[in-house]
Design a protein around this ligand. Structure first.
Ligand code: CO
Length: 138
């Protein structure tokens, strides 16, 4: 079911200064970026071994990440686990009483399938499941 930590999502107040920190100072290579207007977020994925760091910047204050930044400030936003079969994993954890935000997977970064688990069920940690696209890089 869970294979690895796929990425750590980090909410940033300013994408350019975050890139200076993570890409230029820490040396993590940028492997993709997406601007999702519907969710009001710009995401940049950086490679870290077989895992990734996902930088998340809000496109406005009235967006999920924007509200998070107002309430909590910049920092770790979510932890994402890589799974081989997201439908099966979701069904298994819902069976065990875990509260999910997405009861059906939706399309996430790079065409992956993703679903979020409610932090109330994971000790206060917003948790994402990710099934990489078939034939794509993981
Ligand atoms: Co994520």
């Amino acid at each position: 079911m869970i294979e690895a930590i796929d990425h750590i999502g980090i909410a940033v107040a300013d994408m350019q200064s975050a890139l200076v920190t993570y890409r230029d100072c820490l040396g993590l290579a940028e492997v993709g970026r997406e601007r999702v207007e519907r969710q009001g977020v710009e995401a940049i994925m950086l490679e870290c071994g077989s895992s990734h760091v996902e930088l998340l910047a809000a496109l406005g204050p009235d967006t999920p990440v924007g509200k998070y930044l107002v309430k909590r400030g910049p920092g770790i936003h979510h932890v994402a686990y890589r799974v081989d079969d997201i439908e099966r994993t979701l069904a298994q954890i819902v069976d065990q009483g875990v509260r999910v935000i997405d009861s059906e997977p939706r399309i996430g970064f790079g065409g992956s399938k993703v679903a979020f688990i409610h932090p109330a069920s994971v000790g206060g940690v917003l948790t994402e499941l990710v099934e990489p696209p078939r034939g794509g890089e993981s």
